[in-house]
Design a protein around this ligand. Structure first.
Ligand code: AMP
Length: 435
C-alpha cells in the first residue's frame, strides 16, 4: 500500500530476508570479542557536542560537517533552560562515548587494561551514496590502559577473526601505518607542511584548504590531482622517534607471526584527530583507494587525557556492519544452519491451538526448546516456520489427535514418525534428544 511517508534520506530498513545476516554478524562480534576477553558496554545514542569537538576533533569532517543535532521537538512546550545550555548530537562514532564512560564510571580504578566492545547505530550527515548512509551500524572495540604493541595486535587480531568468522577474509588486506606521537609528530608536520606549501598549486582545491587545517589529511586525499603530489611526499615513517619505531616494528613482527596479511601504507592517516602511532584500515585487495573500507582503527594515547583523565593509552577499531553484510550477500556467504529450537508444535484447527498451549509449556519445563505459532496460520506456513527454526521434532496435533489426546511426532533427523499420547510426549522427545 502506498503511504505518503518514506524513510529519511540515508536510512534503510532491515527486512526479514536480510535479518539473519545481521544476527550472524552481531553474534560473530560477540563471540570473537568475548573469547579475547572483551566485555560488553553500551553508551547513549546522543551526547554533548563538546565531547566530539574535543576528541574526534574540530578539524575532522565528522565534527565540522556531519553532526546530527538533537533537540526537543514538541511544538507546544518551551525548551527548558537546561536543554538550551547543552547542544546534544547523535553519536557519529563510539570511541568518545566509551572514553567518557570509562572516566565517568570510574573504570580507571579497574584492573587495566579495560577491554570493551559494543555495536549499534551511528549517525553522520553526509551525502548518501552506495555504501554510505546517514544512519549506519558499527562494531566497535577498545583496549584502554595498555601501551604495549600487543594491545594493538589484539585489536587487529579481533578484527581479522571477525572477518574470518564471516568468511570474508580471503579478499581482504590490512593497510597499516604509524603516525608517531607527541614527540615526533611536530617534526613530521613541519616537514610535510614544507613539502605541501611548495606544491600548493598542484593540489586539488579541497586539499589546499586541508593543508591549513590538518596537513596530514592531504595524504589520505582521494582527489586525482593530489594523489600525484602525495606520491612524492616525504615518508612519515622516516621521521618516527626511536620509541615509536620500536613500537611499530613490534606490531608488524607479531602480525607476521600471526599470518595476518598487511600492507605498509605511508599515506594512511585516518580522518580523526586523536590517533597516535598505529593506524590501520581493512579493505578489499582491489579497492586501492580505500573508498569502501570495511573498517579501521588505531592507537589514541592522548584521548583519555583530552577528557580530563590521567594519561592513559588506548587502542581500538570500528567496522562498518552495513558494508560487511553487503559483501557477505554479494559473495554468497552461506549462513550456518542454526538450530533455534528442538521442537515445533503444529496445531491444525482452533481446538488444537487451545490444547497444544499447555503441551508447549510442559516441553519447555523439561528444557526442550519448543516453538509454535500463536497466530492464525495454515499448515504450510507452520511447517515452514518449523523449518526456519531448524527443529528436529515436528509435533502435529489435528482435530483427530485432539479427540484421541495424542500427537504425531516426526523426527526429521531420523525420517521417522510415531503417534504418542499427550502424557508420553515429553518423555519420548527427551529420550530421543539424549540419544
Ligand atoms: P570510521 O569511524 O570513519 O573510521 O569508519 C569505520 C567504518 O565504518 C568504515 O570503514 C566504514 O566501513 C564504515 N562507515 C563509515 N562511514 C560510513 C557511512 N556513512 N555509511 C556506511 N558505513 C560507514
Amino acid at each position: 500500500m502506498a503511504t505518503p511517508f518514506q524513510s529519511p534520506r540515508g536510512t534503510y530498513d532491515i527486512l526479514p530476508p536480510d535479518a539473519p545476516y545481521w544476527i550472524f554478524a552481531r553474534q560473530a562480534l560477540k563471540e570473537e570479542a568475548e573469547s579475547l576477553g572483551f566485555q560488553r558496554i553500551e553508551v547513549p545514542v546522543f551526547e554533548d557536542i563538546r565531547l566530539y569537538e574535543r576528541t574526534t576533533g574540530e578539524t575532522s569532517e565528522i565534527v565540522t560537517k556531519e553532526m546530527f543535532g538533537v533537540t526537543r521537538a514538541s511544538k507546544d512546550v518551551e525548551v527548558e533552560k537546561e536543554d538550551r545550555a547543552v547542544q546534544l548530537v547523535l553519536r557519529p562514532e563510539f570511541t568518545p562515548g566509551i572514553a567518557r564512560a570509562y572516566l565517568e564510571r570510574g573504570m580507571q580504578a579497574f584492573p587495566q587494561p579495560v577491554k570493551l566492545y559494543t555495536d549499534g547505530s551511528v549517525f553522520r550527515y553526509s551525502r548518501p551514496q552506495k555504501g554510505r548512509f546517514r544512519q549506519f551500524e558499527q562494531m566497535n572495540y577498545e583496549v584502554i590502559g595498555d601501551a604495549s604493541p600487543l594491545a594493538d595486535v589484539a585489536v587487529i587480531t579481533l578484527t581479522w577473526n571477525i572477518f574470518k568468522r564471516l568468511s570474508l577474509f580471503k579478499e581482504l588486506v590490512v593497510d597499516i601505518n604509524s603516525l608517531g606521537d607527541l614527540k615526533c609528530r611536530p617534526k613530521m608536520r613541519r616537514v610535510l607542511l614544507d613539502f605541501l606549501s611548495q606544491n600548493l598549486t598542484k593540489l586539488a582545491p579541497l586539499d589546499v584548504e586541508r593543508v591549513r587545517r590538518n596537513p596530514f589529511r592531504v595524504l589520505d586525499s582521494k582527489e586525482p590531482k593530489t594523489l600525484v603530489v602525495v606520491k612524492k611526499a616525504p615518508q612519515l615513517l622516516d621521521y618516527l622517534c626511536d620509541d615509536c619505531k620500536k613500537h611499530f616494528s613490534q606490531v608488524l613482527e607479531t602480525l607476521d607471526e600471526l599470518n595476518i596479511p598487511y600492507n605498509l601504507d605511508p599515506t594512511l592517516v585516518r580522518g580523526l584527530d586523536y590517533y597516535t602511532r598505529t593506524a590501520f584500515e581493512v579493505r578489499r585487495v582491489d579497492d586501492e583507494t580505500r573508498q569502501n573500507a570495511f573498517g579501521g582503527g588505531g592507537r589514541y594515547d592522548g584521548l583519555i587525557e583530552l577528557l580530563g583523565g590521567r594519561p592513559t593509552p588506548g587502542v581500538g577499531a570500528a567496522l562498518g556492519t552495513d558494508r560487511i553484510i553487503e559483501a557477505m550477500k554479494e559473495q554468497g556467504v552461506k549462513l550456518p544452519d542454526s538450530k533455534l529450537a528442538d521442537a515445533f508444535v503444529v496445531a491444525i484447527g482452533e481446538h488444537a491451538f487451545k490444547v497444544t498451549l499447555p503441551l508447549v509449556e510442559r516441553l519447555k519445563a523439561k528444557d526442550i526448546r519448543t516453538g509454535m505459532t500463536m497466530t492464525k496460520n495454515g499448515l504450510k506456513e507452520q511447517l515452514s516456520m518449523a523449518d526456519r527454526l531448524g527443529v528436529r521434532f515436528v509435533i502435529i496435533v489435528g482435530e483427530r489427535e485432539v479427540r484421541d489426546k495424542t500427537a504425531i511426532v516426526k523426527d526429521m533427523d531420523e525420517g521417522s514418525q510415531e503417534t504418542v499420547s499427550f502424557t508420553g510426549l515429553e518423555n519420548l522427545i527427551e529420550k530421543q534428544l539424549s540419544r
